[in-house]
Design a protein around this ligand. Structure first.
Ligand code: GLY
Length: 373
């Protein structure tokens, strides 16, 4: 089947599936499934970092179909997340993942001033995590013992768009300075010469001096966690989009070239490109995220280069459909075989951001995307 027909079919399958799934998920904020049924992660953790992705799915579906149920659900979720905005302990580097796909979208689409207020509070909190000596945005919180005061993580590249949005909205250059200084630090310390990236870097929070890296959610120190590669690939592309600074585009290309060189023959993405051959652990969330990054990157390259990145994205997406998509209407998730971390006991689970990025990638390729980053 040619790519165009395949994309049209997948787009229809998503629309057919998401309507009943949304109806029966009312009142829940899903993270994963149990026996094919979405859980309610909010009931366990009202500040969980993925809580905004269900809102992102809702807005993408609303944009593509105009169906009111999606808008209503997104609005409901955004209001529910105010509990998080009022919890200083629950506010961390992941504010972009939470309020870009919810409040910022709502504000952009409808000019909702309450949404703008939420997004500005989140952006200010994110900016407040900046360490001006080390020039990085601090990851995670600790127990008040400052043990993590010097930690930064690659994932944060995807939270920077909240600061770019705040800059575009207020014209206050502080947001832009913080976002670009963090991106520059990541380029210097996280991205290796071969284009692979580290997950966690530790700095001395008093002097800013680089101390060491950690394997984090990947296989080990020195390895290459695929979702982290995805956060970097898409994150640097987005930093280029907001700044037009070519160094970010070139960095995204370098990470993308490394990623493409490591895609296995069958297109299925492992949890870590440097994990042992057996057991063959997969992460479909990394696959869908990387596909989004590759497609977006292609949009900013000259015609002759575009194909390399688009072909890689298509290979990944078609492999997901062939081996890891669940199109049964009575199962809530689309993607199977996501992985939160290489060493976690639970492997091969549905994870909400896998479905989010899968839908975003298909929407990008069928001109139905609402760009939220
Ligand atoms: N941002 C956390 C993760 O990718 O698992």
């Amino acid at each position: 089947m040619n790519d165009k027909i395949w994309l049209e079919q997948i787009s229809e399958k998503i629309k057919k599936k998401m309507l009943p799934v949304t109806e029966r998920t009312k009142g829940k904020v899903p993270y994963t499934t149990k026996d094919g049924v979405f859980d309610d992660r909010y009931a366990i953790d009202d500040c969980w970092w993925t809580n905004g992705f269900w809102g992102g799915i809702m807005w993408q579906m609303f944009h593509a179909t105009g169906k009111e149920v999606y808008r209503e659900t997104a609005q409901w979720l955004e209001e529910k997340m105010d509990v998080n905005l009022m919890s200083s302990k629950g506010m961390d580097h992941d504010s972009g993942f939470k309020w870009l796909p919810t409040a910022v979208v709502n504000y952009r689409l409808h000019g909702n001033t309450e949404s703008k207020n939420r997004a500005m509070l989140a952006a200010d909190n994110l900016a407040g995590r900046f360490n001006p000596v080390g020039k990085f945005i601090r990851a995670w919180n600790d127990d008040g013992d400052a043990s993590k005061a010097g930690w930064a993580i690659i994932d944060c590249m995807m939270n920077l768009p909240l600061l770019y949005w705040a800059y575009e909205e207020t014209k206050d250059p502080r947001y832009m300075h913080i976002a670009t200084m963090h991106a520059d630090t990541v380029m210097e310390h996280f991205v290796r010469a071969d284009g692979s990236v580290k997950h966690i870097c530790e700095f001395n929070p008093l002097t800013g001096e680089y101390i060491k890296s950690q394997g984090g959610q990947g296989y080990a120190h020195g390895s290459s966690w695929t979702r982290g590669q995805g956060w970097a690939l898409y994150g640097f592309t987005i930093s280029y989009m907001h700044t037009k600074d070519k160094k970010y585009l070139n960095c995204a290309k370098r990470v993308a070239n490394y990623f493409i060189a490591n895609i296995p023959e069958d297109g299925l993405i492992p949890v870590d490109f440097r994990q042992p051959e057996e057991p063959r652990r997969l992460d479909t969330t990394a696959a869908a995220l990387a596909a989004c990054g590759l497609i977006e990157l292609a949009n900013h390259l000259v015609e002759t280069d575009k194909k390399i990145y688009l072909n890689a994205a298509m290979k990944i997406l078609r492999a997901l459909d062939e081996h890891c998509c669940n199109w049964f209407l009575d199962t809530d998730n689309i993607l199977e075989k996501g992985c939160a971390a290489y060493h976690f006991k639970v492997q091969e689970q549905a994870i909400i951001y896998g479905d989010y990025y899968f839908i975003e990638a298909i929407w990008k390729l069928t001109n139905q995307e609402l760009f939220i980053w």
